[in-house]
Design a binder for this molecule. Structure first.
Ligand code: PLP
Length: 395
């Protein structure tokens, strides 16, 4: 239900001029007339509660190393919240903090596989999945999601065949899925869990978008489905996407069993570095005090998603699939037949920066990813620029 809740900060009066003053990557690439709609950061101000805690740290020059007790508190809070919100019971003793979700994913792949072992994931996918596997000299096995009228789905027989032929040691699961916005259903996850168990795969579940799910869908952690699979599953998450604090680098990693954690510990912890004390404090505040901010953000994202859907209906060739979660719209512009370099053309001609589909693997060819976590006015500007581009190149 959309409630029009009034947040303590405004999500509507953003201006591109103000956003361009930010030093972080998203708007940092934007010249004076450019609109930035690429990397998965929101344009919204962060929750006032988070800002307050960070300001109080700035005021007393509190930039020291993080404290063990505070890290422990975050692990406990994360475990409780994941249980309440997503139904996954976690043991705080088996939750560790890392700087990034991607870093934790890489450490898991390193710990649970040997060189030349295979790792499987669904494509298109968040680009670092490729780097994690390739950079560690493991072998990538991909399986494409299929677009149907209702959304993206998995051909389970086909997937099982690929698993049977390749025998991957690890399944990297991105749920909710970036870039398609798919939220895997209980039925799908049950089938996946069954395949993972039968082929003894360790599951590394990237659930960073778990809180960004639209009405009608529910985030189900794969580790809730089956106790045996849970023992062999690592669940990765972070407050960074949900609360728009990616630059504070503080992720949470939950192991399903002591044995799995012990195997992970073989990875030299010195290579994991430390976690920022500001990131820990911000995550604690986010998880414990910022839920009304998140509700208000979800209302805006819901309206923005409708705007994108309405806009996309003018281009039926695109076969746009409304995302079930995330604030990312995955658009197939293949009907324009423009070949590689699509987003460079869009940037040059439309002064608009989007994520290029090819970075998400060959299945992303001809696609672009639009980030709709911005004000309605800026989103209308983004969509208008894209409309003109499409109409200029369409037949
Ligand atoms: C699916 C997914 N995983 C991980 C990340 C990045 O997380 P981190 O910055 O903690 O590595 C993102 C960022 O957009 C993402 O979409």
């Amino acid at each position: 239900m959309i409630t029009n809740r009034e947040p303590r900060v405004s999500f509507s009066n953003l201006t591109a001029e103000d956003l361009r003053r930010k030093r972080s990557a998203k708007w940092g690439v934007a010249g004076p007339d450019v609109l930035a709609s690429w990397v998965a950061d929101m344009d919204f101000p962060v929750a006032p509660e988070i800002k307050e805690v960070l300001l109080s740290m700035l005021e007393c020059d509190d930039f020291g190393y993080s404290d063990q007790k505070t890290s422990q508190l975050l692990a406990e809070l994360f475990a409780v919240r994941y249980g309440v919100r997503h139904g996954l019971k976690l043991d705080p003793e088996m939750v560790i903090l890392t700087s990034d979700v991607v870093q934790a994913m890489a450490a898991c792949v390193h710990a649970f596989t040997e060189a030349d072992d295979k790792v499987v994931f669904f494509t298109p996918t968040y680009p670092p999945f490729f780097n994690v596997v390739k950079d560690l000299s493991r072998k990538i096995v991909t399986f494409d999601l299929v677009k149907r009228n209702q959304g993206y789905s998995l051909d389970f027989d086909g997937f099982e065949k690929v698993v049977d032929e390749n025998r991957p040691k690890v399944l990297l699961l991105c749920n909710p899925h970036n870039p398609t916005g798919k939220v895997f259903s209980r039925e799908e996850l049950t089938l996946l869990a069954d395949i993972a168990l039968r082929y003894s795969m360790t599951v590394v579940a990237d659930e960073i978008h778990c809180d960004l799910v639209f009405e009608g869908y529910k985030h189900i952690p794969i580790a809730t489905l089956n106790e045996d699979l849970a023992k062999n599953t690592v669940t990765l998450s972070s407050a960074s996407k949900t609360f728009n604090i990616a630059g504070l680098h503080c992720a949470q990693v939950a192991f399903g069993s002591k044995e799995l954690l012990a195997t992970f510990r073989n990875f030299p912890s010195i290579l994991l570095g430390g976690v920022s004390s500001l990131g820990i404090e911000a995550a604690i505040t986010a998880y414990s005090q910022a839920s009304s901010w998140l509700d208000a953000v979800m209302d805006v994202l819901h309206r923005n998603r409708s705007l994108v859907e309405e806009w996309a209906s003018a281009f039926p060739e695109m076969g746009f699939v409304k995302p079930e979660g995330t604030y990312l719209a995955w658009m197939d512009l293949g009907f324009l037949n423009l070949g590689p370099g699509l987003t460079d053309m869009i940037k040059d001609e439309a002064q608009l920066v989007l994520s290029d589909g090819l970075a998400f693997g060959p299945a992303g060819s001809g696609h672009v990813r639009v980030n709709f976590a911005t004000s309605e006015e800026i989103l209308r500007g983004i969509l208008e620029r894209l409309r003109v581009f499409i109409e200029t190149h369409g037949t």
